[in-house]
Design a protein around this ligand. Sequence first.
Ligand code: SAH
Ligand code: SF4
Length: 445
Amino acid sequence: MSETNLSPAGADAASTAAGLMPIPGHVDPMTVPRPTLVEGVTPREDGRTDLVGLPRKRIAELFEGAGLDAKAAKLRAKQVFHWLYHRGVTEFDAMTDIAKTMRPWLAERFVIGRPTIVEAQHSSDGTRKWLLRTADGHDFEMVFIPDADRGTLCVSSQVGCTLNCRFCHTGTMRLVRNLTVGEIVGQVMLARDALGEWPKNAEDIRLATMAGLDDDEDEGSYSADGRLLTNIVMMGMGEPLYNFDNVRDALGIVMDGDGLALSKRRITLSTSGVIPQMERCGQEIGVNLAVSLHAVTKDVRDEIVPINKKYGIEDLLQACADYPGASNARRITFEYVMLKDKNDSDEDARELVRLLRKYKLPAKVNLIPFNPWPGAPYECSTPDRIRAFSNIVFEGGISAPVRTPRGRDIDAACGQLKTAAEKKSRAELDRLYAEKDAALAAEAQ
Ligand code: SAH
Ligand code: SF4
C-alpha cells in the first residue's frame, strides 16, 4: 500500500527533506487538532474520538477533518475499518499496511475502544456471562451460550429497560440510558477477543468472510470453520426497538462483509412488541424477528407484558404478519415464558394455535421455562405442564420446542440479567412499576 498520500505524516517527511531531525514518536507534538465532537459518540476526557461504532464514511470525514486530503481519508478509513472489525486490532500500531509515521498520528487523535470487563463468569454448563462497564461508568451484561452446532451471543441494547414485564429481572431496573452503537458492536468484539476468534492470517480471513456471507441455512457449515461465535440474539438487557437507530447501525457493522461479517440469518432481534418500529426493523435491519408474546388473552398479557395496554395482541400479530421478509423459510419466533397457573393451561395452548393460524403466521413457538430471580412474583410451570402445552401447539402444526435454561447458576439465563444486584422491596417495586406504567400511558396519549 502506498504511503505517499499521507498529508500529516508528510510533515515528518518534509522535516527530513529540509535536513531537520525527525522527531521520534508523535508526528506533530506541538498542536494536535482535536477531532470535532461526533454525534452519538460519548466524548472522552482525553479529547480523542472512539472509532468503534462509526461507519466507514464517518471515519473518513473525521480523518479529513483532522487534516488528511479527501482521497487519503477515504483510503485510510477503509483500511482502519477492516483492521477494527475484521481483524479485531486494538492498537493503531498493529495496522501494518498503514505507514509507520501515520500510526502515532492516528493514536493521538483516535482510540479503538471496548467496553471494560468488570467481571467474567463461567457456568457449569459452559455459558459465560460478562459484566461490562461503559466509559461513563454504567454496567450492563452480555452472555455467550455455546452449543454443539453453534455459539450464540446474547447482546444488550440498553442499560435497564423502560418497560416492566413482571417476570423479568431487568424490568425491575429503571432505564439508565441507551447503549451507543460502539457499545453494542463492542460486545461482539469483546466476545471475539475472549473467544480468541479474530482471523489471524489470510486463510482465516477467507474462511470467516465465507462464513459470514454464506446464506446457507445449514447450521453445520458455520462450525465447520471452527468458529465459536456463530449467532447473535438481541435478547440481553433492554428493548432493542426503543433504541432503534443505534441497534440498526450496530447490526449494520456486524453484518457488513468487511465488518464482522455475520449473516442476517444468524441474527435475531427480540421485541416485547413495539409495533411502530417493527416494519422498520424488517426493512432497515432485515434480521430474524422474535416476539415476546407470553400470553394469549388481553387480561393476562396486560398484567405480565404491560406494553400490551398500548399495543394489543391482535395488532401485534397483524404487524408480525406484515413483517418484511418473514416466510416459511424465515419464521417469526414467538417467545412464551411458562408461568405456573398464569398462562400455561391447555386452553391457552389451543388459543395460541388459533391466533397464529388466524393471522397465517409463519411461526415457531419457543417455550421458555420461567427463570426465577429474588422476589419474582411467579413460579415456573411443571415439566409435565410444559410438555402438555408443547404437545398441543405441536399438534396444531406449529413447532414448539422447550428452551433449555442455560447459565442459571450464574444468573445468565433469560430474564435474570440485572446489574445492580440489590433486591427491591415489594413497595419499591410497586412504586417503580406504577411510574413505568404511567410513562407508557403518557406516551400513548
Ligand atoms: N426486551 C426484549 C428482549 C430481551 S428479553 C424482549 O422483551 O423481547 C429476552 C427474552 O427473555 C424475552 O422473550 C423475555 O420476555 C424473556 N424473559 C424475560 N424474563 C424472563 C424470565 N425470568 N424467565 C424466562 N424468560 C424471560
Ligand atoms: Fe424489558 Fe424485555 Fe425485560 Fe420486558 S422482557 S422488561 S421489554 S428486557
